[in-house]
Ligand binder design. Structure first.
Ligand code: PLP
Length: 339
């Protein structure tokens, strides 16, 4: 089976598993797991930030960050298709008692000028206090779209002028950085907190990192415990994360190249209306006949390819490190065969 439903479906390689088995461990709730500590230091360094916290999922890192930035009754500004709003079970309201002001924009991205009208005046008691802006790079619902770094800087400058923190849902931030070629520390400087998934394109089985300054991470440790996310000998899984950061970033460009090949194959068919221009490892196509989503998902499955229905008339395929060059050729043949 070729599985392109998500880049989360990868299994740890033999080399990764070997690193996991030999990892020195300790009780991480006591802060005593040397491998977790190493992963946290290593990742904070990559981004040029003071500290990091290893968590079980990207939902957890996002929700912890939101909990620290926004108080009950406050408002969080984010894109209407963002993961933090759409795919975290209403966690902003449920975990933090905050509300969400969703704004729209092209392909999951927001601009500084789209945020501007929605910052509430803090001296008028009618309005919820705007306390956070959260953006997603790359954007999942945007078909892997990448932010223009200049726009991020504009958002940062605007947030500064209003005293607002900026959070990055960087589940696939390394996919973005592979393409935009922005200096990673310069990029990270724009954000007060950054969530990064190790279990997506980087190929680790479990885990995400929350990266910020030392004071924020100290407070995040407390929230993680309250959310039930304190882990004990987590070094075994942190070792996989370390391996992923050291070995699996440079190869992301292969995923992107293969996604481009899929895009051009899809554009040649009679049944695809359009493809969101591929910018990273996500391919989203829109069918000519929007009622045929389930039919195509099943047709692909019969030919040994798993793909994801992605809303009205849309199919999603995500490339990853268990999807090879041979798989790419096989998939292209399958796409050509379908009518
Ligand atoms: C996958 C993902 C997350 C985190 O998901 P988990 O399954 O909780 O790790 C967050 N944001 C985006 C954009 C994602 O794609």
């Amino acid at each position: 089976m070729i599985d392109l439903r998500s880049d989360t479906v990868t299994k740890p390689s033999k080399e990764m598993l070997e690193e996991m088995i030999i990892a020195p461990v300790g009780d991480d709730v006591f802060g005593e797991d040397p491998t977790v500590n190493k992963l946290q230091d290593f990742s904070a360094n990559i981004f040029g930030k003071e500290a990091a916290l290893f968590c079980s999922s990207g939902t957890q890192t996002n929700q912890i960050a939101i909990n620290l930035h926004a108080q009950p009754g406050a408002e969080v500004i984010t894109h209407f298709e963002s993961h933090v709003f759409k795919y975290e079970g209403g966690g902003i309201a449920r975990n933090s008692g905050a509300s969400t002001r969703t704004v729209g924009g092209s392909r999951g991205r927001i601009t500084a000028s789209e945020i501007e009208p929605w910052i509430n005046p803090s001296n008028d008691v009618h309005y919820p206090l705007t306390q956070l802006v959260s953006i997603e790079d790359t954007s999942n619902r945007g078909g892997g779209a990448i932010y223009d770094f200049n726009e991020i800087k504009k958002i940062r400058a605007y947030c500064n002028s209003k005293g607002l923190p900026l959070h990055l849902d960087g589940a696939r931030v390394f996919n973005a950085l592979e393409e935009n070629k922005v200096d990673i520390k310069e990029y990270a400087k724009q954000f007060d907190s950054i969530s990064v998934c190790l279990s997506k394109g980087l190929g680790a089985p479990i885990g995400s990192l929350l990266i910020a300054d030392a004071d924020f991470i100290a407070r995040a440790r407390r929230v993680r415990k309250v959310f039930g996310g304190g882990m004990r000998q987590a070094g075994f899984i942190a070792a996989a994360g370390l391996y992923a950061l050291k070995n699996n970033i440079v190869r992301l460009k292969d995923d992107h190249r293969r996604a481009k090949i899929i895009e051009s194959e899809l554009l040649k068919t009679a049944w695809v209306e359009s493809v969101m221009p591929v910018e990273s490892n996500i391919v989203v196509c829109i069918l000519k006949d929007i009622s045929r989503v389930q039919e195509f998902v099943s047709a692909f499955e019969q030919k040994g390819v798993l793909i994801m229905p992605f809303g009205k008339g849309m199919l999603r395929m995500v490339t990853h490190l268990d999807f090879s060059e041979d798989d790419t050729s096989r998939l292209c043949m399958t796409i050509r065969d379908l009518k």
